[in-house]
Design a protein around this ligand. Structure first.
Ligand SMILES: [Zn+2]
Ligand SMILES: [Zn+2]
Length: 376
């Protein structure tokens, strides 16, 4: 949360503010004719945190919305984002990044989203952010001015007290400004003698207040706002993070706690997850979807052996996946296995030899082939 909000909610600051409230109330009561000025001053100080808070929330929404509209990575669901991620991973050819993607996909996605927001805020989005700020400042100012004018008109006609005027004022602000009426309880017993003067004084007090808010947001370190934008984007790009027990492919269901079986359109060569033949250091290069069509078997840590065709009998997470026989698969991870062969051998302490030999056809796949395939 940002500084203005923290200040508004911090107990020490709260007491400090209350102390000021009592003093101002005392001033309002004693000074008679100048009481409206004190009333305005009081209200302005009460409004400030609400303006900060509202502008903050609008900015977060607008930046997230603009990123979703203009960044191809974020204008679809997670499957679309994943395509972009795989594309950039292949372009970069950085094994450490791949490793994180394979082992901790959720963290990888989070970091990827965060990096993009940070880049957006510091580069091309910067001009947009300035525009969003100006529009938000204008909108809020108009909302407050309009609430002042409307409340004054009605209060004047009814001969309302300060309390009545404040009720009207808060009603007119409605949901456009997060401003709790209870914050104003300590000043509501005041008499309101001159509503017209109140309107003028409030309108006048608004300009420096808005300038103060503008200065704050213009100098704000954009890093402060990134986590809130990230929250919104992540919510749109959420989904299940379960990984296939054989190959580490990530379930593509868009509902985090979905009821049906986990599934993914393309499984990976099992070596990607470090899977090896029982009692050997030889990687399994088969893809789950072809294994479940074969008579091959796999062995669990407790040495129980199961047929791939009946993989669900292994129970636990194996039973919660739907892996259907399919011979079609992507070139992507075959290229990855060839390209990072020695890195994978080093990372898992296993080898692409014997039964785990890499098929010759895989070595013919080029990086351009996989990039083209992702563009489809
Ligand atoms: Zn799999
Ligand atoms: Zn799932």
């Amino acid at each position: 949360m940002h500084e203005a909000f923290k200040n508004a909610n911090d107990p020490v600051n709260y007491l400090e503010r209350k102390k000021d409230d009592f003093f101002i109330n005392f001033k309002i009561s004693c000074q008679g004719a100048t009481s409206i000025t004190s009333f305005v001053d009081f209200l302005r100080r009460k409004l400030m945190p609400a303006i900060y808070d509202t502008i903050w929330k609008i900015m977060v929404q607008r930046i997230a919305g603009d990123m979703r509209a203009t960044c191809p990575e974020f204008n679809g669901n997670r499957a679309n984002l994943e395509k972009h991620i795989l594309y950039s991973l292949a372009e970069e050819e950085n094994f450490d990044k791949y490793w994180k993607y394979i082992q901790k996909p959720k963290e990888f996605f989070r970091d990827y989203i965060r990096e993009h927001i940070t880049r957006y805020c510091s580069e091309k989005g910067n001009e947009n952010i300035k525009n969003f700020l100006n529009i938000s400042l204008g909108d809020i100012k108009n909302t407050i001015l309009s609430a002042i004018h409307k409340s004054t008109k009605v209060a004047k006609a009814k001969g309302s007290t300060a309390s009545g005027w404040l009720d009207l004022f808060c009603d007119h602000l409605g949901s456009n400004l997060i401003f709790p009426r209870r914050d104003l309880v300590s000043m509501e017993h005041q008499e309101l003698m001159d509503t017209e003067f109140l309107k003028e004084a409030m309108s006048k007090a608004l300009d420096p207040a808005m300038r103060e808010v503008e200065a704050y947001f213009s100098c704000m370190h954009m890093g402060e706002i990134v986590p809130d934008i990230e929250e919104i984007l992540s919510e749109h790009l959420c989904g299940c993070w379960k990984q296939c027990h054989f190959c580490n492919a990530i379930c593509t269901n868009t509902i985090p706690q979905h009821e049906e079986d986990h599934s993914v359109p393309f499984h990976l060569p099992q070596a990607v997850s470090g899977f090896s033949y029982h009692k050997t250091d030889q990687f399994v290069t088969d893809v789950c979807t072809s294994d479940v069509a074969s008579d091959s078997t796999f062995v669990l840590d407790d040495l129980q052996e199961f047929r791939y065709k009946k993989y669900r009998e292994a129970g636990g997470d194996y039973a919660t996946w739907s892996i259907t026989p399919d011979s079609s698969n992507q070139p992507y991870w075959k290229w990855f296995v060839c390209h990072f062969r020695s890195k994978l051998e080093g990372a898992y302490g296993k080898r692409f030899t014997g039964k785990g030999r890499i098929p010759a056809s895989w070595t013919k796949i080029t990086k351009q082939d996989v990039l083209n395939d992702l563009k489809k």
